[in-house]
Every structure is written in structure tokens, then in C-alpha cells.
Design a protein around this ligand. Structure first.
Ligand code: ZN
Length: 537
């Protein structure tokens, strides 16, 4: 009996390695799906909880269509600078600012002593709008999902990116996009830059010629009947002066604070699909749409306001109409759609104080003065701080030289002063980043993912939770590592994805990684995202 049980086991043990060597386990799919069109929708300033709070008011074909796919309920940015330029770069490159180089919307350049805008490119001009410098992805240090799609198809795939903001079109498009279009609010036209083309295609010129804003002249912003606690309320109104033509610059500025801008943007995206025959060629095309007006309205009123609620419900309805248009041109069965956001947002300081969540408005000037004072006290009279923004203190390097002062010493005095200021949670120095001597904490890791040695400042600031650098108590902003700013939706819809709600932790860097894996592409050069295989068929 013993012989009969032992001998097969011995035989098995002897054969396993040989068997494994001859037949390595094959789990990867040999067949890669090729949708005709991939649509990536980014909503500028959209918290994950909006999908839950307002779901009862959503229509069947908008967010609910996407939520019938694979939805991740715990998707959080693992960096500390949750703003528009960095967020869009992150979603499409699959990596953070330390690698993709878009550290902020604007950063201070120590060499030129000027502020550098993330998509500024003096070698380009605007096309189709006001005279002026254009924009390009030259500051983006790695490539994007769209770039990999273009490379893999020998440039047969078309990549088009659309937004109201230049940075939210240029960065998603990547280096090889066929086009990035954004809104010129001075003229009410969609524009591009000479980086992409010398003049607008006929269909874009015709779209502009039709004056898309004109349809809203005389309209008021009244809450939808289904908007909770605000149904039918007047939320916005334009007061024209006697004889004032419409749409003029004043009207366009007003329109930019209403949810109607999403309708104009999605109408333009629909026209792009039709006129550029997206999803109708032999290769997979990519359309990146960033809906910007949600951010404008969120800044002005905060995430718990009736205007944000109404805008979110209208975004759902507008997306439903857009998806119907995609269905009638490309066929939704042949499309994949992904949804995410570049960042969330904090409540406004008035709301924060009312509900005792934190200090509310962050005293920026007080902190900067405290840092100056500490540096004067330690090293003598001078102008020690050369520049500062919401994330960094930039020290005056010529003053350091003049006083024969070690940078590390000055940084640590400045950081200590910052850290002891009201509303500051932590301050990290440039030397700490460069020498990997940060504390071992999740927060320090997030800060390190935001830090790029060539573009970042000398002291990095993390404000307390609910300490918001807003312009006043009723406006608000984002840009912190805290979850109200960092947690966003991540949804994949289409025949490659397994429907379900996934509670496993994931990050926005996984968007590009997942789509690249599902399309059988090389991952974008810097991608550190994880293909979310649990949701892939
Ligand atoms: Zn914003």
C-alpha cells in the first residue's frame, strides 16, 4: 500500500520541472481586441462621490451606461499636487509628475526668473482665434497612450483631444496627436496651435462660423426639475446692456460659468467624430474629451452647492446625448469608453468652518512672512524668498550666494518656519527629495511623486486637511494629497471589460496602463500603472 502511494508522488516530483520547462504557463491573451474607437472622458474637478450621491437623478444612457461596465470605487492619486495640468498628464502617461514633468499648471523657473506655463510654447502660434502664442506638449517628458496607439499603427490611428482648456487638450493628446482643440473664450471659437496644423480644418472653421454660443443668448440657468432641493430655482442669469449684441465677450464670459459649455463641447466632439471619420477607419482611434466647465462652477460654489448638483445631473444628460450620437455614427458596440477626473475638490472655507472640519481658508501671506522672518533672523537682512506658489517656496539663490550660505541650511530653516505656521501639516526640503531622506510615510511618498528636480521649488508644502488656499470664503479649490482632492472615478465600459464594482485600491495611472494592455500596446514610456486585470476579460 505504501509503495503504491509513494511511487506516483516521486514520479510526479521528478516530472514537474521538465513539464513546466516544456510548457510554460500561458495566461496572456493571444487575441487582442480592436475597438474602432476608444473615448476617454475626463471631467475636470469631479469627485468619486458625485457618481453615488446623484445616481438617483441620472438618466439611463449617461453615467449609468458607463456604470454598467467596470467601476472602481477606490481610485486615488498617489501624489500631492492634484491640479489640472498634472492630473491630465498623469491619466494619459500612466505616471506622476516626478516622471512626466508636469509638476504644476505653472511653475517658477529659477533660471529665467519667470513663471512657466505647463503647455506654453513660444515657437507656436494660436490657430483660429485671438492672435497669440500657441501651446504644445514640449514640457511633457514622456509619451502618452495616444502616442503608443499612433506608433503601433504606423500612424494609421487618429488621436484627437478636445477641452475648453488648452492644457486639458494638449497633454491628453500627447506628442503625436493629429489635433488638440480648445476653446478661446474671447472669440467663442475652438482653436488649436501651429504645433498641430497651419490652419483649421474646414469643419472646425464652419463650426466656429455657426457661432455655437449664440443658441444660448437669452437663456437663463434654471435648475432642472429633478435637481434635489433646488428644482426650478434660478441659478444664473445674464443681464445684457441695452442694444448689446450677443454673443459678445461679456456674454461669453458668463456662459463660461454655466453648464451649457458642456453641450457646446460635446457637440464639437460629435462633429469631430463625424468629420474626421473617427472609429470608421481600419485602425483604432482615440478621442480624449476633458469637460472643463465642471471645474469653473465647482471653484465658484463648492461640492455641496445646488449649482454643482445641477451641473452634475446635466453632465449626465449631456453625456447620454453624446453616447447616442456615438452610437449612430460608430456604433457603441465597437467602442470602449473610460471615465475619470483630474482631481476632486474641497468644500469652501465657509462650509468647512460651519461644520468644524478644519481651519477653512489657509493664511498664505502669513506663512510666507513667517518664513522670511525666520530666514532674516538666522542669516541677516535680505529678500530671502524669491517666489512662492500653492506648493513651493523658491529661495533667492543669489542671496544665498551673496551670504555664502549652504542651500540645505537655508531650506531647513525655511521648512521649519513653514511647518510651524498655522494650517501647514508638513514641509519637505529639496535636499530631502534629492537625497531620499524623506520620512517613511504615505504623505512623503505622495510628495516625492510630485517632485521633479528640474522644475520643483526648494520647500514643498502640505497644508492641513481642510486648510484651503481659496480666494475667499465662498470660493474653493483643490491641489492637496487629501482624499477629497485625490479620489476620483475610474470606469471602463466596452466588450473588453468585466462589469462590476471593484473595491480594490487603484490609481488614475492605471487608466493608461489598462487601456494599453487591453489594446496590446507597449506601455507609455514612463507608465507605472497596473493593468487592472481583475476587470479585464
Ligand atoms: Zn480647478
Amino acid at each position: 500500500m505504501q509503495r503504491r502511494t509513494i511511487r506516483p508522488l516521486v514520479a510526479m516530483l521528478a516530472f514537474i520541472p521538465l513539464f513546466a520547462a516544456a510548457h510554460p504557463p500561458v495566461q496572456a491573451r493571444t487575441y487582442v481586441r480592436r475597438p474602432r474607437l476608444v473615448v476617454v472622458i475626463v471631467i475636470d474637478q469631479f469627485r468619486y462621490d458625485y457618481l453615488v450621491r446623484f445616481r438617483p437623478q441620472f438618466s439611463a444612457g449617461g453615467f449609468n451606461l458607463l456604470l454598467s461596465g467596470a467601476s472602481f470605487s477606490d481610485c486615488r492619486y498617489d501624489y500631492a499636487t492634484t491640479t489640472t495640468g498634472p492630473g491630465h498628464a498623469t491619466l494619459f502617461t500612466g505616471t506622476y509628475s516626478n516622471i512626466h514633468g508636469i509638476t504644476e499648471n505653472e511653475w517658477y523657473d529659477h533660471t529665467s526668473h519667470h513663471t512657466a506655463y505647463c503647455v506654453a510654447d513660444p515657437d507656436t502660434r494660436l490657430v483660429g482665434g485671438t492672435e497669440g502664442p500657441g501651446a504644445s506638449p514640449r514640457n511633457l517628458l514622456v509619451d502618452t497612450l495616444g502616442d503608443e496607439l499612433r506608433l503601433a499603427s504606423n500612424f494609421q490611428s487618429k488621436v484627437i483631444a478636445i477641452s475648453l482648456k488648452d492644457r486639458a487638450a494638449v497633454l491628453p493628446g500627447g506628442h503625436t496627436a493629429n489635433a488638440a482643440y480648445w476653446w478661446d473664450s474671447k472669440t467663442g471659437h475652438f482653436v488649436t496651435s501651429t504645433y498641430y496644423m497651419p490652419s483649421l480644418p474646414a469643419w472646425v472653421a464652419a463650426f466656429n462660423q455657426s457661432q455655437p454660443a449664440r443658441a444660448y443668448c437669452g437663456q437663463r440657468w434654471q435648475a432642472l426639475a429633478e435637481t434635489p432641493d433646488a428644482g426650478g430655482q434660478l441659478l444664473g442669469e445674464f443681464h445684457p446692456q441695452p442694444g448689446e449684441p450677443c454673443p459678445d465677450a461679456r456674454f461669453l464670459a458668463w456662459l463660461d460659468s454655466t453648464p451649457y459649455m458642456n453641450q457646446i463641447e460635446l457637440k464639437f466632439a460629435t462633429e469631430a467624430i463625424r468629420q474626421e471619420h473617427l472609429g470608421q477607419g481600419r485602425a483604432t482611434d482615440l478621442l480624449a474629451i476633458s469637460l472643463s466647465v465642471n471645474d469653473h462652477i465647482g471653484h465658484a460654489f463648492g461640492p455641496y452647492s445646488a449649482r454643482v448638483v445641477d451641473t452634475t445631473i446635466r453632465t449626465d444628460h449631456d453625456l447620454a446625448e453624446f453616447f447616442r450620437a456615438v452610437d449612430s455614427t460608430v456604433g457603441l458596440d465597437h467602442c470602449w469608453i473610460a471615465l475619470s477626473a483630474d482631481h476632486g475638490v474641497a468644500p469652501n472655507p465657509a462650509f468647512i468652518k460651519l461644520h468644524h472640519l478644519g481651519i477653512g481658508n489657509f493664511p498664505t501671506d502669513q506663512m510666507r512672512e513667517r518664513i522670511e522672518q525666520a530666514l532674516r533672523q538666522a542669516f541677516g537682512d535680505d529678500q530671502w524668498v524669491e517666489a512662492s506658489d500653492e506648493f513651493y517656496i523658491y529661495l533667492n539663490r543669489s542671496a544665498l550666494e551673496k551670504h555664502h550660505l549652504d542651500e540645505a541650511k537655508a531650506e531647513s530653516v525655511a521648512a521649519a518656519a513653514a511647518a510651524s505656521s498655522p494650517g501647514v501639516y508638513a514641509a519637505f526640503t529639496r535636499i530631502q527629495f534629492l537625497t531620499s531622506s524623506l520620512p517613511a510615510s504615505p504623505l512623503a511618498r505622495q510628495a516625492a511623486n510630485s517632485f521633479n528636480p528640474k522644475r520643483s521649488g526648494d520647500v514643498f508644502l502640505v497644508r492641513d486637511p481642510y486648510a484651503v488656499p481659496a480666494e475667499d470664503d465662498l470660493r474653493t479649490t483643490h491641489g492637496s494629497p487629501w482624499n477629497y482632492d485625490s479620489q476620483v472615478p475610474l470606469v471602463f465600459w466596452g466588450d473588453a471589460f468585466k462589469p462590476g464594482v471593484y473595491a480594490s485600491a487603484c490609481q488614475p495611472v492605471d487608466l493608461a496602463a489598462t487601456l494599453a494592455a487591453a489594446l496590446g500596446l507597449t506601455q507609455p514610456a514612463g507608465s507605472q500603472g497596473r493593468p487592472l486585470t481583475e476587470a479585464m476579460k
